[in-house]
Design a binder for this molecule. Structure first.
Ligand SMILES: Nc1ncnc2c1ncn2[C@@H]1O[C@H](COP(=O)(O)OP(=O)(O)O)[C@@H](O)[C@H]1O
Ligand SMILES: CCCC(=O)OP(=O)(O)O
Length: 375
């Protein structure tokens, strides 16, 4: 027997396929046995013709990490992946079942992003381990937008978000603890600044606004174009097709398009060495992040308990200082370099295994399909 009150804590493997990396961690309860972060260059990932084609490569990355630490698959109780490719859903821990897998494989939300391999990898590994449980936790498709944030100026076109919900919410819960209050009583602007960049407003435990960071919203990022004027995009389409634009939104825009790399550390170093295009792209990204923080502060009507920064790029002290300089008149800025994604996934699985939380079942029905009074 394993789990709470027994001799052995649950052994859970968490896998996080991201746009610039594959992260993997083995946990026994809340103790991390090992974690690894394997970076992938944009050039290496461009060798695959689709996200699905990356699956064996990502699987091998994870199996090599397990081999290196002499971990047998059979010794693991449950597998948890980041999730993605799904219709919009409420936050929580979901069982990976046939419907969820089908939608993730198809990328039913129209987005092609490595996160959708998370459920597939968790499922495959769970099967190889003899039919163990597989879960996803707070996938990027978590969508808790308020009605006002749904609207656009085009009839029948509504906003949906895809962003780093897992890390945003985990960072919120941990920061709320430091304030001595539950997440459900705080107002927070929370950013994840990595291969993609999420900026979001959390009001009393709900992510009531944020950017669709694989849909051409928000700041430019190492792998994303971010928001672009619509009319200029139409001109761009004169020489390119819709697939090119989708790629700019998810993997081939931002630093990749402007500078030929998704490695933000390299860009920051080039900027520091006097490389003018690198400096311009870096500064523009920081400027756009700060504008996004300001807009989320307004969504919270200025009542902001804190601005929280997570993600790989937050290891850059200059970036944090620049954001603080522009934004700390709104609320205190706190940096959480890296992310809590692996820990949050493992904890979500353990809560279900311990019976503290009921795993949700994916229905395939989006949380929002339009306003009832509109035809
Ligand atoms: N000190 C640093 N300065 C600037 N960028 C950094 C630094 N450390 C890591 N990065 C960048 O952070 C990005 C990875 O962030 P991460 O949140 O792990 O991304 P993802 O999960 O999207 O793959 C990479 O582009 C990497 O170069
Ligand atoms: C699909 C949104 C999640 C995301 O952007 O993750 P990465 O930063 O890993 O690309």
């Amino acid at each position: 027997m394993a789990g709470k009150g027994t001799e052995r804590a649950w052994r859970v493997l968490a896998v996080n396929p991201g746009s610039t990396s594959t992260k993997v961690g083995l946990f026994e309860g809340d103790a991390c046995v090992f974690s690894e972060n394997v970076s992938h260059s944009a050039a290496r990932l461009a060798e695959f013709e689709s996200i699905s084609a990356q699956l064996p490569y990502r699987r091998e990355t994870i199996l090599s990490a397990l081999d290196a630490h002499e971990i047998e698959l059979f010794s693991i109780d449950a597998f948890v992946g980041r999730g993605g490719g799904l219709v919009s859903i409420e936050g929580g821990t979901y069982v990976v079942d046939a419907l969820l897998l089908r939608d993730a494989r198809m990328g039913v939300n129209g987005v092609q992003h490595p996160a959708q391999l998370g459920s597939q990898l968790a499922h495959e590994l769970a099967e190889r381990a003899g039919g163990r449980s597989a879960f996803v936790v707070n996938p990027p498709d978590t969508d808790e937008l308020c009605d006002l944030a749904r609207m656009t100026g085009i009839r029948g076109v509504y906003r949906h978000v895809h962003l780093h919900a897992l890390n945003l919410k985990e960072t919120a819960v941990r920061h709320a603890c430091t304030l001595g209050r539950p997440y459900e009583e705080c107002n927070l602007v929370i950013c994840h600044i990595g291969g993609g960049i999420s900026i979001s407003a959390h009001r009393h435990g709900r992510m009531m606004d944020g950017y669709d960071i694989v849909g051409g919203e928000g700041p430019m990022a190492p792998t994303r174009c971010g928001a672009v004027p619509v009319v200029d995009l139409l001109d761009y389409l004169g020489e390119h097709d819709a697939a090119d634009v989708r790629a700019l939104c998810t993997r081939a825009g931002g630093f990749v398009d402007l500078l030929g790399t998704s490695d933000a550390l390299e860009v920051s170093e080039r900027a520091a060495m006097g490389d003018v295009p690198a400096r311009r792209a870096w500064d523009a990204m920081v400027y756009q992040i700060c504008k996004g923080i300001g807009s989320m502060a307004c969504a919270l009507e200025g009542r902001v308990d804190g601005i929280l920064l997570g993600g790989g790029m937050v290891r850059n002290k200059g970036l944090v200082a620049d954001i603080r300089r522009r934004c700390d008149w709104i609320a205190p800025v706190t940096a959480y370099p890296g992310e809590f994604e692996l820990e949050a996934m493992a904890a979500g699985a353990c809560r279900v295994l311990d019976g503290e939380e009921q795993a949700r079942v994916y229905t395939g029905i989006p949380v929002f399909t339009g306003f009832a009074d509109e035809v």
